[in-house]
Design a protein around this ligand. Structure first.
Ligand code: ADP
Ligand code: ADP
Length: 225
């Protein structure tokens, strides 16, 4: 599903050239559940931006679902991003004036899916994340854990090839964190490919594989038992 080969990323600011990712190689198969870990400044966000098709200014190869990302133009990149990637963020990024249902419908509005079908599909994924009794609640009427469930439902609604989550439990108490990790585990058991960027050891332990970065290099790539 994902193949990264001899990938290098440089940030250039005037005379300064920072080697942020150094000869990165790994692949991720369909149905894997992976944590990308490492301390601050180790290159996690840079790797995430590349995996999420937000940045294609790197050297080397990134193949996603047989598509060579490094060769795409900007418009093609955003199209692939919308089709293939479901994003989940630390701060949920929900629209406060919209209900849970409307937030989850949004990606389908952009994809020009018909009204009736949109609502049906959004209800279906909200049910999947355990929120069928909260369809008409606004974000501020929901707990942190519930907000993150809405955000996960929104990420799922387009049926993306991968779910990419950036510190998804960073704003949650430990009970909600466990619940959200359980939900990711369930989705993974149903075949979803999930990649979580985190610096929380407990979150890493809940994933099936950990890829650890340090100073722009992969220093560990292990499967949890
Ligand atoms: P992490 O997410 O693990 O904290 P980052 O990927 O954000 O690490 O950063 C990796 C390295 O690249 C750091 O040294 C950081 O300062 C640098 N970096 C990140 N983004 C930029 C940028 N836009 N311009 C210049 N340097 C950057
Ligand atoms: P995270 O909390 O995910 O590790 P960071 O704090 O590393 O994120 O980075 C936050 C944002 O700032 C990112 O978009 C990153 O590209 C940018 N950034 C990080 N380091 C630098 C830097 N040295 N110069 C410019 N931008 C940077």
């Amino acid at each position: 599903m994902i193949e990264i080969k001899n990938l290098n990323k440089y940030y250039i600011n005037g005379e300064m050239k920072l080697h942020a990712l150094k000869n990165i190689n790994f692949s991720i198969e369909k149905g894997e559940f992976v944590a990308i870990m490492g301390s601050s400044g180790s290159g996690k966000s840079t790797m995430m931006n590349i995996l999420g098709c937000l940045d294609h200014t790197f050297d080397g190869t990134y193949i996603l679902d047989k598509i060579d990302i490094s060769k795409l133009k900007d418009e093609e990149l955003s199209k692939i991003r919308n089709q293939k990637i479901g994003f989940v963020f630390q701060s949920f990024n929900l629209l406060s004036k919209l209900s849970a249902l409307e937030n989850v419908e949004l990606p389908l509005v952009y994809a020009a899916v018909h009204h009736k079908e949109r609502a049906d599909k959004a209800k279906e994924v909200l049910e999947k994340v355990g929120l069928s009794d909260r369809l008409n609640h606004k974000p501020n009427e929901l707990s942190g854990g519930q907000r993150q469930r809405v955000a996960i439902a929104r990420a799922l609604v387009n049926e993306p090839a991968i779910i990419l989550a950036d510190e998804p439990t960073g704003n949650l108490d430990s009970t909600s964190e466990k619940e959200i990790m359980e939900l990711f585990k369930e989705l993974n058991n149903q075949g979803k490919t999930i990649i979580i960027v985190t610096h929380e050891p407990e979150v890493g332990k809940s994933c099936k594989r950990v890829i650890r970065f340090k100073d722009g290099e992969i220093i560990e790539d292990v499967r949890n038992l």
